[in-house]
Design a protein around this ligand. Structure first.
Ligand code: HSE
Length: 311
C-alpha cells in the first residue's frame, strides 16, 4: 500500500485494566493522554524526542515501542518503511498500571493508520489484533483504541472487544505511587491454579461489575471485589494493597489499577467532589509521601489521529 501523508498527530489515553474482578478482560480509558507528532523523513534516520513521563529512560531509536508498533503496522498492510522523527509528550506515568505500554503500541498503530493511503486497512479491529499480538493481553489496548469501558477476549488467534456502558456518576480517581512495578514482576507472583470457589466468586463479581458500571454504581463496592490477583500481589505492592483495604473499609470501590501499583477508585460524583475524597485524605493524613491523586474523566474517544499538512 502507498503512503498518503507524511505527518500525523496522535493522542492516546491512559487505561486501567482489570477493574477488580475483570482480570485480563475489563478496561477503562481515562482522560489522561500521551500526544505524539510523527513525521516521515527522507533519510533512514530515526529520531525520538520525549518530554514528560519516561523522558529519561525510553530509548530514542528503533527500539522505541511506538516506532516498533508503527513499523509492524506498516508491514502488516504492505506499506514501505521510512525514516521517522517522533516527538512525544508523555503524561501517562510509566510502570504504574496505567497502560503506558499499550498506549505506545496503540499510538504507533494509529500513526501508521494516519500515514497510509487507506486508513480502513488499519481499522480499530485490525489495530486491536496487532496490539494484542505485541502486548500479550488486550485489556489495556481495547479501551485505548475504542475509549470508554471495554471487555476484551481472545478466541484462538482472534481478539475481540465490546463496549460497556459507564454511568455518568462514576468518577475514576487514580492514586499513583512514586514507585514503579513491572507487569512481569506482578504476574510472577500469581499462582498457577486457584480454588474453584474463588473462580466462582470471581465470575459472579465480574458479571455484577458490568451492571454496576453501566446502571448501578451503588453496587460498585461489591462488584469490584477480587480473589484472582490483588491479594496474591500484596507482597510486591504492600502499600497499594493497604490503601485498597483502607478505602474499601470506608466504602469506596477501590482496586489495583492493572498490574499496579496505582490504586484506582471508581468513585461517585457528589455535590462537592467525589465520595472518595474524604477516605483518600484520611488514608494519607498530612503527607502524600510522593503519591499523586488524579481525578480523571472517562475518555470516550479512544485513540485519535489527524493528518498535519506538511510545510
Ligand atoms: N491484566 C494485566 C495484569 C495487566 O493484571 O497482569 C494489563 O494487561
Amino acid at each position: 500500500m502507498r503512503l498518503g501523508a507524511d505527518r500525523v498527530r496522535v493522542r492516546v489515553p491512559a487505561t486501567s485494566a482489570n477493574l477488580g474482578p475483570g482480570f485480563d478482560a475489563l478496561g477503562l480509558a481515562l482522560g489522561l493522554y500521551d500526544e505524539l507528532d510523527v513525521r516521515l523523513v527522507g533519510s533512514s534516520e530515526v529520531r525520538v524526542d520525549v518530554t514528560g513521563e519516561g523522558a529519561d529512560d525510553v530509548p530514542g531509536d528503533e527500539s522505541h515501542l511506538v516506532v516498533q508498533a508503527l513499523r509492524a503496522a506498516l508491514d502488516l498492510v504492505g506499506a514501505s518503511q521510512a525514516g521517522l522523527h517522533l516527538v512525544c509528550h508523555n503524561r501517562i506515568p510509566h510502570g504504574r498500571g496505567l497502560g503506558s505500554s499499550a498506549a505506545a503500541v496503540v499510538a504507533g498503530i494509529a500513526a501508521a493508520r494516519g500515514l497510509v493511503a487507506d486508513a480502513e486497512a488499519l481499522s480499530d479491529d485490525v489495530a486491536l489484533g496487532l496490539a494484542s499480538q505485541m502486548e500479550g493481553h488486550p485489556d489495556n489496548a481495547a479501551p485505548a483504541i475504542y475509549g470508554g469501558a471495554t471487555v476484551a477476549w481472545t478466541a484462538g488467534a482472534r481478539t475481540g472487544a465490546a463496549p460497556l456502558a459507564v454511568h455518568p456518576d462514576i468518577v475514576p480517581v487514580a492514586i499513583v505511587p512514586p514507585t514503579r512495578l513491572s507487569t512481569s514482576s506482578a504476574r510472577g507472583v500469581l499462582p498457577a491454579t486457584v480454588p474453584h470457589q474463588d473462580a466462582a466468586f470471581q465470575a459472579g463479581r465480574a458479571a455484577l461489575l458490568v451492571e454496576a458500571l453501566g446502571r448501578r454504581p451503588d453496587l460498585l463496592l461489591d462488584a469490584t471485589a477480587d480473589r484472582l490477583h490483588q491479594d496474591y500481589r500484596r507482597s510486591v505492592m504492600p502499600h497499594s494493597l493497604a490503601l485498597v483495604d483502607a478505602l474499601r473499609a470506608a466504602g469506596v470501590a477501590a482496586v489495583v489499577s492493572g498490574a499496579g501499583p496505582t490504586v484506582l477508585a471508581l468513585a461517585r460524583r457528589t455535590a462537592q467532589g467525589t465520595d472518595a475524597d474524604e477516605a483518600i485524605a484520611t488514608a494519607f493524613g498530612p503527607s502524600m509521601g510522593g503519591w499523586r491523586v488524579l481525578v480523571l474523566p472517562v475518555d470516550t474517544d479512544g485513540v485519535q489521529v489527524v493528518r498535519v499538512p506538511s510545510g
